[in-house]
Ligand binder design. Structure first.
Ligand code: MF3
Ligand code: CO
Length: 248
């Protein structure tokens, strides 16, 4: 069941999402060669508390950290550890918080120092794929109009879109209906309505779309070892069109 939100609820969701955006901005400023993903997670925990929020991921299905930090061939759900980021790496920072009873969730993938032109292209194409999807988040459209716009953009640039993970509704729960695949034919699924709040989160691989899960039970990596990027925004569907809640 898809829960539509009132305009008062959307105001709170904007507040929680905006805090995620502010924290991601501060984390991103710390990304440089030599920094560990554990340091980023500890900083995230402090910032979450300073903003009056509760970490959304820590303890969720026993996930052990506040942040997901996914490096290079890691797609999503990378667990922060003592690995030092290196010049040329890319790292996805995915963060969720709860504020005033409502969740915020967003992700960015950032370069570590100088990265190769092909990696730069991966980040650009993935972020733009997110915006192509967001543009379809309008009342009257169908859910898979979002999926299709995302997939079309990615495949046009000869990358592949991950099938095994989806976007989701968000509200008083971190994950609500509907599930939002990043691929598929347009014109299917529920009709989009005013008041729906959706997290769109395309994951794009340089090589094939196949995924493997590491022995830690969380970290999703590309089966072929190619690099992967991930961007996520929380978006409210309004009469006037898509309203991005997790921007600055
Ligand atoms: N942004 C991801 C999601 O919405 C991150 C979840 S990490 C978890 O599904 F630890 F909370 F599972
Ligand atoms: Co999410």
């Amino acid at each position: 069941m898809i829960i539509c939100k009132s305009s008062d609820e959307i105001k709170i969701l904007r507040e929680s999402s905006r805090r995620v955006a502010l924290i991601l901005r501060d984390l991103r400023a710390e990304v440089k060669p030599g920094v560990t993903t554990r340091y980023l997670d500890q900083l995230a925990e402090r910032l979450i508390k300073n903003h009056g929020c509760i970490p959304a991921f820590k303890g969720y299905r026993d996930y052990p950290a506040c942040l997901c930090a996914s490096v290079n061939e890691q797609i999503v759900h990378g667990i922060p550890d003592d690995r030092k980021l290196q010049e040329g790496d890319i790292v996805s920072l995915d963060l969720g918080v709860k504020y005033d009873g409502y969740y915020g969730d967003a992700a960015v993938t950032v370069p570590v120092g100088e990265i190769s032109p092909e990696s730069q292209k991966l980040l650009r194409v993935t972020e733009e794929a997110l915006y192509r999807g967001i543009d379809k988040a309008r009342p009257g459209n169908r859910l898979t109009d979002i999926s299709n716009a995302t997939q079309q953009w990615v495949e046009k640039h000869n990358f592949s879109v991950v099938r095994d993970f989806v976007g989701h509704g968000i509200g008083k729960n971190l994950h609500e209906d509907p599930q939002i695949p990043n691929f598929g034919k347009p014109g299917f699924g529920p009709r989009l309505r005013e008041g729906m709040v959706l997290c769109l989160e395309p994951m794009v691989n340089m090589g094939g779309y196949e995924v493997k899960i590491l022995d830690d039970g969380w970290t999703a990596v590309t089966a072929d070892g190619s690099r992967s990027a991930h961007f996520e925004h929380a978006v409210a569907i309004t009469r006037g069109g898509p309203m991005i809640l997790s921007d600055l």
